[in-house]
Structure formats: C-alpha cells, structure tokens
Design a protein around this ligand. Structure first.
Ligand SMILES: [Zn+2]
Length: 770
C-alpha cells in the first residue's frame, strides 16, 4: 500500500514538474501574490548582534563573559511620624570588565518624584477621559510632592568627599583615578527622602495610610542609591528612569540594618541575623512550628496580635539585621498592622519558607490564599527553570500594588469592608501573587535588562504564570472545581486577538523599549506570553520547548541575558528553526490570519486534459514521447466526462493499470485501496505571521482526519498554498485551526464550506471562551 501511494505521488510530481517547466518557459512570467524574496523565513543575521567571545552564537555566555558586582552595607532608618527614609550606605563596586572605568553611574530612582522631575512633562496625550481623584488633585490642585533623593554626601573610603553630577535619575560619581579592570572601589553615600503615598502616586514603593487606626503600612524599594549595570552590551545602562521601563541592576551581597518603631513587624530581602532580638518568645515558638509545617501556613503574628499592635505607637526603636547573598536588589515591608504567616515547601531537597504579610484589611482572603499561591509558584517555576535558590519568598499585601524584588513582592487583592469578595478579586489576587513571586526567576535571577526590554521579564514571567495558574487550578480543588480551568487572564491564544487585530497606529513590536509603546500590558506581558504558549503547545511541542526554555534559564541564572541569548538558545537546544517565529511575533506587528480559500474536485481521466494537450502541442510532443502518464481532470472544467466519475483510478487509467501489473505482485495488488476522490485545496494567509497550517478534514461517513502542515509550507509563497488530498471517502468539510491554537484574528475564512461555519466550529469557539 505504501508503494502504490508512492507511485501516485511520483506521477503527480512529474506533472507538477511539467507545469512548472511550462511556467518558466513563458516570455513574461507573472509574479504570483505572496511570492516574496524577503520572506519571514530569512535567517535573522541582520537583526541579531554578531556573536562574540562574551556571548556565543549558541545563546550561552561566551568564554569571556563577565559581569560587574556591587556589594552594599546599609543602615536605614524609617521615620514613621514624618514618613521619611534616612540612609547611609557603603558600596563596594568590583570592575570585572576588561576595560578601566573613568566614572561610575549610580541610579537615583526616587528622583522621578522630585519637584523638578521631567517625567510628567514628557507625555503629550492631552486631556484624559477621567482622572482618579488622587491623580486629579496631584496634577491640578496640590503642590507637587517632593519625593526626590536628598544626597547629603558622597565620600571615598577615606572619608574624603567625591565629586558627583546628578542628571535626573542618574548620578555620575567622578572618581579621581579610573577604576582599573579587575579592581574594586568602596565609597559611601548618605541620603534621605520623603516616602510617597503609593495609593495616590502609583509608585512602585511607598506607604498606604489607614485613617481608621492612624497607621501606615510601608512597602519600601528603590530606597537607596543603586549601582547601574555596566556590560558588554550597553556599556553603562544609564537610560533614565521615566516610570515605565523598570530596572537594570548588578548582582551583589547586601548587609542591611533597618531601624523601625519597636512595635513594627518587618520582613525583607535576605536572611534575618538577629531573630532572637526582634521576635517575641511566642513568635519564635510559632516560627519553629512553621519550619516543620509543609501542608499549611502557621501564623507567626495573628490578626489578634496585629490589631493590638495597631493601637500601640511605640516611641521605642528596633533594628532588624539582614544579609543577602547574590541578589540584584533589596526591598522591605514594615508596619504595626501586619499579620504574618509562613509554611515550608520542599524545593529540590531544600526547605524554602513561603511567607505572607498582610493587614487585617486583606482578610479573610489573604489568610486563605496568599501562601498557597507562593507555594505553587515556587513549585511550578522551579520545575521549568531551576530550583529556587533563596531561603524564602514573601508575598506582601499592598493596595493596588503588583511589584517584585528579590525574595519579596507587593500584591493587590482586597476584600470588601465586610470581608466578602468576588471571584474576580480572588483570582486577581492569586494571579498577581504568582506573577510577582514568579519574578524572582525573571528578572531577579535570570537578570535581564528591564529598562531596555520589558518583555524579557514580563513576557517570560507571564508565560510561566499561566502554567503555574493552571497547576494551581489542579492542586487546589477547594479553589477551582475539578471540572473547571483556572481563569487565566493571559496566555490562551484567543485572548490576544483583540490586541493583535487592533489599530496598527497603536501597536509596536514586542522588541520595543517599554517607554515607547502605547499598550504596555498586551505588548510586554500578554503578547510575548501568548507567543511562548503557542510556541510550546503548537509549534515546538512541550518536550522540545520545555528543554530549551530550561536550558535558557539555567544558562543565564545569576547572569545578564539579552533577547538574542534567549532566541538563540531556544533554537540551539531544540533544532527547531524559529527565525520566522521571532520575526513574525517579536519583530513586527503582524497578526495571524489563515483560512481555506477554495476546494476543487478532480477525477482520473483516460485522456490528456486540455491543458496537457496544449502543453504537448506547444512543444510538438505526443503521448508517445512522454513516460506513461496519469491525468487528473477537474470536475468543473471542460475536461469533465461524467462517465468516468466515481470509477477507480485503475479502471480509468490504462497507464496506471499497466504500471501496477509490471511493478507489483498479485498479492500486493490485492492489498491496494485505491482512492476515489481527489481534491486540490487552496489555503490563504492574509495575515503576516506564518504558522503551522492546522487542518481538520471531515468525510461523508462522519470520520475526521487532522493534519498539521509545518509552518514551512509558507516559505515560498507567503499568501497562498495548495494541497492535493486523495481519499476513498468523499470530503464534506474543512476547518483550519479547529481548536483556536494560533491566535487567528479572523475565523470567518477558516471553514469550507463556509455555510458550515456556525456549526461545530462556532460551537467550539463559544465553549472555549465560555
Ligand atoms: Zn511583572
């Protein structure tokens, strides 16, 4: 049976070859639509930086890869009454670059809130349709908040002042001699700043004030002058902090002492060094229990404890001392209002503490869900990347926040005053916790440059978030019923369709700076996450994708990858050529639209078709000059002969019959199942992104056949391709992308006959979206 198929194929191929020969013989060949020289399948030599000894062509760090290191020793004091931070730090900066550095760049992120900040002046969008009351007051009514850094001194290791120049959010420290390659330098900075109310200012850090009890809950980050990244790719990454493009930070070791009111509960990046001094006996006892509790969290500070503390307003102070090794940033949260729970989770044979901090305003939602979400994140992400390397992961509840730092993050999700909450609030909260805890992996450990490439952390994290959410759904039947899917906001292909089919004037390629795009959410989160999900499920398959993705995470953990390092590694570890995919999804604003254009029926003819006759006449050929041929005649053409319709190929074609007699045994011939129906199916691709052509064929007996043609089917013609289908059964229906796997923006052209569109396929669309 295989053999006869092969024979048919080779004869059809021969006819195909003749047809092409004819086309080439024409004096003026017409260019078919979609025949581009510059196809999506061109390799990306022009877009990618040339590999070098720092970064290899494989996508791995090269033999000369280096990165800088910045170590910090800090004393921080929180003035709760005035909502101010005072700090003094000694930075030790290691120059591991092969070149000397004439000056150092330090980031002063809080200057985005300085009175003279240029950040609000750069927007040219006119009047908003509405303003939040806080935003309106801040913009039009009140004096601008003065939240910039007040630098008191910058000194060298001997206490001598160092000159410096502040340009907006960047400070150049003018060192007297260049910092030689391989050497380090220590210098100190003293500063203070006014902490913003983050619920008004939409800051990534600040306090929320609770008028009912007069307390503040602080979530504090970007609170210290931080070294900029110096690398083989950007030199100094001193692109200003305008507000959207996040952070680029080197790794280092931190020793941080944080002084707060004595009745505050505090947690932070790093290992707590003086637990005995800052914990009560009762807290210590509960903490020891929590370390052995693998199935549920243990309360270290109960709601009752927190409510009592809210009334205290101690004048005394307490210093919490932390050390953190190999982190790229630092954050802490502190308040009298915090309830504190923890549980242990085994990751790669080691215990990690999953931790939540929340005011009573977060309950009952927070005590029910937060630590669960932390546990699920650590498990799913570790499985797909590397074992979570730190000893804890903390989720802090802060109103309207979703922001990440090493080991600690801020998350929204607040019930109504009476403690009730909607599913939307609940799933929004679980999702943001998964997302922000997940940022420990991207970009806190796989340390990409957020200032330049928002998608490298947001996109990869949102993709992983989708996987963790789906696993959360399976692991917690009390939250998601076993027959239901976790309602992920992003990741399902159909959910990105409204964005990708939107007005091209407001779209940017994923490969854009976060400051320069209109819709950062879909651009840096939704679209790359969906692109990776489709890559995994539909293009590469889970096995190849998961291995390649893990390879990327392992190659670049505790290092600084670029987009090319990711793109190259995904190909390097899978042997799947993906240049077309990166080009389509990441470098353009094209969309996916693939459909079925038409179907022609053919039957085997006993004589040459009119087209074949012309071909022979043009060349003075007769049938005797050619090898024995089999002809397919189109039903709707002038070749149509009703007598021959429905007959088997060997009944009709003497050439085929003789071929089989000469080349096959009687037993082999008895096995043959001859096709009765021949179709030429034309598929169209109005969309710019090539994708696998996923087709479901339905036959007259109700049976279905699914065929996925590889994306390379579009490599020579980007607009239209035709397939020949032979079958013993009559073809009655075709659906392209029947399971909505490709983010096809227009499904009205996805079915043949098109009147059948409202049937099964429409029903499936309704179901998947329901
Ligand atoms: Zn994020």
């Amino acid at each position: 049976m295989n053999r006869i198929k092969y024979c048919f194929a080779s004869i059809l191929f021969l006819i195909g070859a003749l047809a092409i020969a004819q086309e080439e013989g024409d004096a003026k060949p017409e260019r078919l639509p979609g025949h581009y020289n510059q196809s999506k399948f061109k390799q990306m030599y022009e877009e990618f930086a040339t590999p070098n000894t720092y970064r290899s062509a494989s996508g791995a760090p090269g033999p000369d890869y280096y990165q800088q290191q910045a170590d910090y020793v800090m004393d921080i004091e929180l003035d709760d009454k005035n909502a101010r931070i005072y700090g003094e730090e000694t930075i030790t900066y290691h120059n591991n670059a092969p070149e000397d550095l004439e000056f150092l760049w330090v980031q002063l992120d809080q200057n985005v809130r300085a009175k003279d900040s240029k950040s609000p002046l750069r927007n040219g969008d006119g009047v908003n349709i509405a303003y939040t009351a806080g935003n309106f007051a801040q913009t039009f009514v009140t004096e601008p908040f003065d939240g910039g850094f007040n630098i008191e001194f910058v000194k060298d290791a001997n206490g001598k002042p160092l000159s410096y120049t502040i340009n907006q959010t960047m400070m150049r420290v003018n060192i007297p001699q260049p910092l030689k390659s391989g050497e380090k330098i220590s210098f100190s900075i003293k500063w203070w700043y006014n902490i913003p109310d983050h619920t008004v200012n939409r800051a990534r850090s600040g306090y929320e004030y609770f008028p009912e009890d007069g307390n503040r809950a602080y979530v504090i980050a970007q609170f210290f002058p931080r070294m900029a990244v110096y690398s083989d790719v950007e030199g100094w990454q001193n692109h200003q902090f305008w507000g959207s493009g996040e952070f680029a930070l080197p790794f280092g070791n931190y020793e941080v002492n944080i002084t707060v009111p004595a009745d505050h509960v505090l947690d932070a990046t790093g290992v707590l060094q003086n637990r005995d001094e800052v914990f009560s006996k009762e807290m210590m006892k509960r903490y020891k229990e929590a370390k052995k509790s693998y199935d549920k969290p243990v309360l270290i500070v109960t709601q009752e404890d927190a409510e009592a503390a809210e009334k205290g307003f101690s004048e005394k102070k307490k210093t919490w001392k932390f050390r953190a090794t190999n982190v790229r940033d630092y954050g802490f949260a502190t308040s009298r209002k915090f309830i504190w729970d923890m549980q242990a989770v085994k990751i790669g044979g080691k215990d990690v503490m999953a931790v939540s901090l929340y005011p009573k305003e977060g309950n009952p939602l927070w005590e029910e869900q937060s630590t669960k979400a932390v546990v699920q994140t650590l498990k799913t992400y570790s499985k797909h990347t590397f074992d979570y390397p730190y000893h804890k992961a903390i989720s802090v509840h802060a109103k309207n926040q979703g922001m990440e730092y090493p080991m600690i993050c801020w998350n929204y999700g607040r019930p109504n005053k009476d403690g009730t909450y909607s599913d939307r609030t609940k799933f929004g909260m679980i999702s943001v916790i998964i997302h922000e805890v997940g940022h420990n992996f991207f970009p806190m450990i796989v340390n990409s440059d957020e200032r330049q490439w928002g998608w490298m952390d947001e996109g990869l994290d949102t993709f992983m978030q989708y996987l963790a959410e789906q696993e959360f759904g399976k692991n917690y039947p009390e939250v998601i019923a076993p027959n239901e899917k976790y309602p992920s906001r992003r990741g399902e292909p159909y959910k990105i369709v409204p964005y990708m089919s939107g007005d091209q004037n407001f779209l940017s390629p994923i490969m854009s700076n976060p400051e320069n795009v209109y819709q950062l959410g879909p651009n840096a989160y939704g679209k790359p996450a969906t692109a990776l999900n489709i890559l995994r499920e539909t293009v590469m398959g889970e096995e190849l994708f998961d291995h390649a993705f893990k390879t990327y995470a392992q190659r670049w953990k505790f290092k600084h990858p670029t987009p090319e390092d990711f793109f190259r590694t995904m190909e390097d570890a899978s042997a799947v050529d993906l240049d077309w995919y990166w080009r389509g999804w990441f470098y353009t604003t094209d969309y996916v639209d693939i459909g079925v254009k038409g179907v022609k029926k053919y039957y085997v003819s006993n004589k040459p078709t009119k087209e074949m006759e012309k071909y022979m006449a043009d060349r003075n050929l007769t049938e005797a000059d050619l090898p024995p041929l089999v002809y397919l005649a189109e039903e709707e053409s002038e070749d149509f002969d009703p007598e021959l319709k429905g007959k088997s190929p060997t009944e009709t074609s003497q050439n085929l019959k003789e071929f089989m007699m000469d080349n096959m045994t009687e037993a082999e011939r008895a096995q043959v199942k001859e096709p009765k129906y021949f179709y030429e199916i034309t598929f169209e691709k109005p969309g710019g992104i090539p994708m696998p052509l996923i087709v479901e064929y339905t036959y007259a007996d109700g049976s279905k056949e699914n065929v996925t043609y590889p994306p390379e089917i579009w490599r020579k013609n980007d607009a239209e391709v035709s397939r020949v289908l032979s079958s013993q059964k009559e073809l009655v229906g075709i659906v392209v992308d029947p399971k909505l796997e490709t983010a096809d923006i227009d499904t009205t052209n996805n079915a043949w006959p098109s009147k059948d569109e409202k049937s099964d396929f429409e029903q499936f669309k309704e179901n998947i979206k329901g």
